[in-house]
Write a protein that binds this ligand. Structure first.
Ligand SMILES: Nc1ncnc2c1ncn2[C@@H]1O[C@H](COP(=O)(O)OP(=O)(O)OP(=O)(O)O)[C@@H](O)[C@H]1O
Length: 346
């Protein structure tokens, strides 16, 4: 039971696709899509998380489904703050009425601008945080993946989320070099939607595109050419129709995105000092984020870079676990904008 005046601090992975809340001593207690359904007339929130995601493409005119984060940053400030407030409440349902407000460690992309980072800090405070401490997403991902970030050894992490891919080399508690590109899992879904529109004159929704990716998507050429039925709207007749699509077609539509991810990894390796590059060669590159689960992506990155590549355990949870674990070092992070990369313990 919560003690008087006592509050459990939180780590939040505020992602483009998913938001996770880590409660100190408990682990990940909230794992929900970053989606909110709003009533256009009253402005009230109708649903948050999975129930709002289920409404995508299926709403009447008086309800809008909003994805308040885009490319790793806040696209709709008020909706983000309301959603975070809801998740913080959900994470702290056993909180005493007298408990102080929690301190919150919240992840931000490493390529974020000061204005974008300020918006994350302010939204987190508006959602109920006493103080909000930004932490660079790849740094949190590396901690969550169990990499030795505080040691004098090079660790390379590639966090492939919904909106951003973050590549970073970390040593001695700081980011030595990094790349952040606003291309990740959502871009693959978009490319598939565009491919089907051009090739088959058919419109599919983003939820359908994502489920095709999860079912038969691969990076590179698939080992087996699977075929599935998909349903959408014929753009010529306006009527529903079903087509068959193969895993080779799906994977070909992801090629541009996969190439951009590989390029970001190569650029980061080129900028890595030789001692650290040697460490990475020994220990390998670690992939985190939901995009790391794309079939064969580890093999493609390994072939292109000639480095060993591993997918972290629970890649979708790494950033949240990392934000939670860094709560132990909260005094090393300051509640100021633009400290994302200043993560040194000293
Ligand atoms: N099995 C899978 N295969 C391929 N992609 C997957 C799989 N599972 C999840 N994804 C994709 O991972 C992405 C979500 O990952 P994650 O939750 O790590 O992102 P996020 O933290 O919300 O985004 P960001 O870090 O960009 O802000 C989505 O694009 C989702 O479609």
């Amino acid at each position: 039971m919560a003690r008087l005046g006592f509050s459990q601090d939180l780590g939040i992975d505020l992602g483009t696709a998913n938001t996770l809340v880590f409660l100190k001593d408990k682990g990940v207690v909230v794992r929900e899509p970053t989606v909110v359904a709003r009533n256009n007339e009253s402005g009230d929130i109708e649903a948050v998380g999975s129930s709002a995601k289920n409404m995508i493409g299926r709403t009447p005119s008086n309800i809008s489904v909003i994805r308040p984060m885009k490319d790793g940053v806040i696209a709709d400030y008020d909706t983000t703050a309301s959603m975070m407030k809801y998740y913080i409440k959900q994470a702290q349902k056993n909180r005493s009425a007298f408990a102080r407000k929690p301190n919150v460690m919240v992840c931000v992309p490493s390529g974020i601008t000061m204005v974008e980072e300020r918006a994350v800090i302010d939204a987190t405070k508006q959602a109920g945080a006493k103080e909000a401490y930004p932490i660079a997403e790849p740094f949190a991902a590396a901690i969550g993946a169990g990499l030795p970030v505080w040691e004098p050894t090079g660790s390379m992490v590639v966090d492939i989320g919904g909106g951003t891919t973050e590549v970073a080399v970390i040593s001695l508690g700081g980011i030595v070099t990094s790349q952040s590109i606003r291309v990740a899992g959502d871009e693959m879904d978009d490319s598939l939607i565009q491919y089907i529109r051009k090739q088959y004159n058919m419109m599919i929704g983003e939820r359908t595109a994502e489920s095709i990716k999860l079912e038969i998507g691969t990076a590179g050429k698939p080992e087996e050419n699977l075929e599935i039925d998909i349903r959408g709207r014929d753009l010529l007749t306006g009527l529903p129709k079903t087509i068959q699509i193969t895993s080779e077609e799906v994977s070909a539509s992801f090629k541009d995105t996969v190439d951009q991810i590989v390029e970001a990894v190569k650029i980061t390796l080129e900028k890595t000092p030789p001692e650290l590059a040697a460490d990475i060669m020994d220990r390998g590159i670690v992939l985190t984020g939901g995009g790391a689960l794309l079939h064969n992506l580890d093999t493609v990155i390994s072939e292109e870079t000639q480095m060993p590549v591993f997918v972290a355990e629970d890649p979708l949870d790494c950033v949240a676990i990392g934000t939670g674990k860094s709560l132990e070092y909260i005094h090393h992070f300051r509640s100021q904008p633009n400290v994302a990369s200043r993560t040194s313990k000293d």
